[in-house]
Design a protein around this ligand. Structure first.
Ligand SMILES: Nc1ncnc2c1ncn2[C@@H]1O[C@H](COP(=O)(O)OP(=O)(O)OP(=O)(O)O)[C@@H](O)[C@H]1O
Length: 862
């Protein structure tokens, strides 16, 4: 316990897995916490002096992985404390030390990772308003850094990256301005580091240590001093938890946000790029649709392509060209796809190999993956697209390594490394001999027995084995006189004597020693092979990266082919024109309704801001999202769901769509709506695309209309912010903007009325809509008939402009003016008209026909 407490004191925030023989034991609070999370039995032991007992629980060391995974999943850190010397040789208590700490952001075990998701540890720090960000996926070795202006931008980037664990300077816990950061990142595990960890000199040293003497300049990170401090914090954590051993992390990739089409946090969510709004699932998102990748690396790469669409026209066109070629060559595409299907997650295999935690199964997976590379390269070489050629050049077949592993490791090796059965026959001479001895041991004993019987003429002679004496020759007392001279007596029994011979002992040593030796030798041979693989880490990593890109290209080209997408013409101009565009995800939903394609024209002149009106449910949101998604896909280099598309390179896409659930952050729905709108008006440029859906609807009608109107005017009139804008609204007043402003156009989504019902045509047509048909939609949704009828009455009144003093619509049966009849009270104006009309009627003079007509007229007045 003293030893435990000493080690525990060095790792207060981790659950200590304390190795005791075949178990990892946990004690005290660790045991209480872990037993609860793991659902294992909590016991107790050894009464303390004060009579209390020590809570204890444990897991077998050879099957600890799922337990560690579960604890890490629950956000805990696990410190693995091993016996540091051979217990047989130890004097007193065996030495123990922590060999690594597994934290949520630094897991490498498959059990704790999702194949198609990166697992990032991220560090964030700041120098004034400049925020440095660095993040590492230890499982793959990817390490990136960037710098951003302002907390808002930094947080947007952090959310986009979606790290599992975050490092912050302690000051972030105290400074009022940055206190909120932990609140925003609430569902990640956060570790706070003292300020000295972010010291520039210390950071320089860490960088030089990890990257073999590299400097900021040689890593391409000069000009990113704050980002490098964040990188230092990540490296510090790596030293702390992994004992600094991560040779596959060979460099830092710096990037600048201006290289990519920027998407803020709410836009990513609203457009459901990588997860659905409602359930946060991949399925139903754009990623879910586009992802036909067959390798885990490809899946992760595709997500990056979606999160970071390109701005560089040349790169976009390169991807397009590759996709087109693969699209037009179904044979090549299919062959590559099926070959890639047999490639395992090389990035993560590489990580585990470098960190010396790869199993023989991992090496076998490496071999079978590498063995496919020549065929894949052959296919790539047959392509003409420059990007595929470039990727091909980076795919290294690693023949020697593949050959080595094939010779050394059996085809289907066991998981456990220490029990033998890993190394193939014929790889190592000594091992082959040992195996022969072990196999032939039993036959040898039988042969020796026969030989000794013949030599001595004692037919009852037997060779036996027990644990105390090993192998021995047993001869009954009656035959003792016949034994040869070289027999050495070992034991005398009541009616038998037991002997050994030098030959028997020599062989015994070999046979019994062979098993142990085989295990040791196999393990060390395995380690040699693993080290040989680790030495090729950079080549494996480069190959993995190129294959991931190839997988994405194949995936996108297959989708483009199957769904009939077109190659968009991406250009530096301003016109955005889509012919017969579709919403990629909704089109794919196989609902009973066929998806109706629509055209779009936006530019920075006459068609800069499009006001879209139309009934509820007509398809306004769908249409606007489809324009945003098509633009984004085009900048990923992908083909797009349209017959034809001309897409300008856009710097940012902003969306303000519906209510979002930021209530947890302490803002009301309307407040969130206004904050997002403010961010758009600040950030939009003439090269941006803005989607505004029903802005202003979260407040009173008049306030809402006024805000919506002013926002539209601003986006049109203020030329630095005059982004191409789609603006959907139910405030039909806004259609008047088009009358006075040149760049504003009205469109509506057509519906047809039939028998008091509406039929959605889903077609966008020029002009404003006059009607919202909200009540018809409410009826469709199953609101009670009485409510529908009443709503219609109120609507009629409103449409006649019945407002009281102060602009409040007169809807209710108000207290101040008790109505003569509840029905008529609604019709303040109509009431007077009817009164006026009746005043002049001479009932006595009316003919029956005139009376009927009058009733008809009054009815119509109502
Ligand atoms: N072009 C289309 N073809 C087929 N179905 C469509 C099309 N556009 C939209 N839809 C379907 O109509 C539904 C409603 O669309 P959407 O949410 O875009 O309407 P809306 O006009 O924004 O409604 P609201 O004003 O109530 O927000 C969608 O869920 C979709 O299934």
């Amino acid at each position: 316990m003293r030893q435990f407490l000493e080690i525990k004191a060095e790792h207060p925030d981790a659950i200590l897995f304390f190795r005791c023989g075949d178990f990892y034991e946990m004690f005290l609070e660790d045991a209480v916490k872990a037993s609860r999370i793991l659902g294992i039995t909590l016991t107790s032991r050894n009464k303390n002096a004060d009579g209390s007992e020590v809570p204890l629980c444990g897991v077998p060391y050879h099957s600890c992985a799922p337990y560690i995974a579960k604890l890490v999943e629950a956000g805990e850190k696990v410190a693995i404390c091993e016996q540091a010397e051979d217990p047989k040789q130890a004097k007193g208590i065996v030495k123990r030390e922590v060999v690594k700490v597994i934290t949520p952001g630094l897991v490498i075990e498959d059990a704790s990772l999702s194949p198609k998701e990166n697992n990032y540890l991220l560090a964030l720090c700041c120098d004034g308003e400049c925020y440095g960000l660095s993040y590492l996926d230890l499982s793959t070795g990817e390490f990136r850094v960037t710098q951003l202006d302002g907390l808002q931008a930094a947080l947007a980037e952090v959310t986009c990256i979606g790290p599992r664990e975050i490092i912050l300077p302690v000051s972030f816990r105290e400074e009022p301005k940055r206190k909120g950061v932990a609140h925003v990142l609430v569902d990640r595990s956060i570790t706070y580091f003292e300020e000295w960890v972010f010291d520039p000199d210390y950071c320089k040293r860490l960088v030089a240590n990890q990257f073999k003497g590299a400097t900021a300049e040689s890593l391409g990170c000069d000009g990113l001093p704050t980002a490098l401090l964040a990188a230092g914090a990540v490296l510090h954590y790596l030293v702390d938890t992994q004992k600094g051993h991560a040779p596959h992390v060979t460099g830092i990739t710096p990037y600048n946000e201006s290289e990519h089409l920027l998407l803020d946090e709410s836009t990513r969510r609203n457009l459901e790029l990588t997860a659905t709004l409602s359930e946060g699932k991949r399925k139903g998102s754009l990623l879910g649709l586009l992802d036909r990748t067959v390798t885990a690396m490809g899946g992760r790469k595709l997500k990056q392509w979606i999160n970071y669409p390109l701005m560089d026209l040349k790169k976009i066109r390169q991807r397009q060209e590759a996709i087109q070629e693969l699209m037009e060559a179904p044979g090549t595409r299919e062959t590559i796809k099926s070959l890639l299907g047999g490639v395992y997650d090389l990035e993560r295999l590489n990580g585990r190999i470098s960190l010396a935690s790869a199993s023989a199964k991992d090496l076998s997976a490496l071999r079978s993956s590498l063995s496919r590379l020549p065929a894949i390269k052959e296919q790539m070489a047959s392509c003409g697209a420059p990007l595929i050629k470039e990727l091909d050049a980076g795919v290294d077949p690693l023949d020697e390594l593949c050959d080595l592993v094939a010779r050394a490791i059996v085809d289907d090796p066991p998981f456990v490394l220490r029990d033998g059965g890993i190394i193939a026959d014929g790889y190592n001479q000594e091992l082959d001999e040992l195996r022969a001895i072990s196999r032939e041991g039993k036959g040898f004993i039988a042969r020796l027995e026969a030989q000794e019987k013949a030599r001595t003429g004692i037919s009852s002679l037997k060779i036996r084995y027990n644990k105390v004496f090993g192998y021995y020759i047993e001869v009954t007392k009656a035959n003792v006189s016949a034994i040869p001279d070289d027999y050495i007596r070992r034991q005398t029994l009541a009616n038998a004597e037991r002997y050994i011979t030098p030959e028997l002992k020599e062989y015994e040593e070999k046979v019994l020693g062979a098993e142990d030796r085989i295990k040791d030798l196999e393990f060390s041979l395995f380690q040699e092979v693993r080290e040989a693989a680790a030495a090729q880490g950079e080549r494996i990593a480069r190959t993995a990266d190129r294959l991931a890109c190839l997988d994405v290209l194949v995936s996108l080209s297959e989708l483009a082919h199957d769904k009939g997408y077109c190659r968009p013409e991406v250009h530096e101009g301003s016109e955005l024109s889509i012919t017969e565009g579709r919403h990629p995800v909704i089109e794919d939903m196989h609902s009973s309704e066929r998806f109706v394609p629509n055209d779009t024209l936006l530019d920075n002149g006459e068609n800069q801001l499009i006001i879209i009106t139309g009934p509820n449910m007509a398809g306004k949101s769908t249409f606007m999202r489809q324009v945003a998604l098509i633009t984004l896909m085009a900048q990923m280099g992908s083909f797009v769901p349209a017959d034809k598309a001309l897409i300008p390179v856009v710097d940012r896409i902003f969306t303000r769509v519906g209510a979002s659930d930021n209530l947890a952050r302490g803002h009301s729905t309307f407040m969130v709506e206004m904050m997002e709108s403010a961010a758009i008006l600040r950030g939009a440029t003439a090269k941006s695309l803005v989607i505004l859906d029903e802005i202003g609807r979260g407040t009173s009608t008049f306030d809402g209309v006024s805000i919506a109107w002013a926002v539209a005017e601003f986006l049109h009139d203020n030329k630095t912010h005059a982004a191409k804008t789609l603006f959907a609204t139910h405030y039909h007043e806004l259609t008047e903007l088009a009358v006075t402003r040149q760049g504003i156009k009205n469109f509506n989504i057509a519906v047809r009325e039939w028998n008091e019902r509406i039929i959605f045509l889903r077609k966008i047509v020029p002009g404003g809509a006059s009607h919202s048909y909200g009540i018809q939609v409410a009826r469709l949704a199953g609101l009670p008939q009485a409510v529908i009828d009443r709503a219609k009455e109120i609507l009629t009144n409103l449409e006649k402009g019945e407002y009281g003093e102060g602009g409040v619509p007169r809807l209710a049966r108000g207290k101040k003016v008790p109505p003569p009849s509840p029905q008529l009270s609604l019709f303040g104006g109509g009431d007077d008209q009817i009164r006026e009309r009746l005043k002049d009627v001479e009932v006595a003079l009316l003919t029956p026909l005139e009376a009927l007509n009058l009733v008809d007229e009054l009815k119509r007045m109502i």
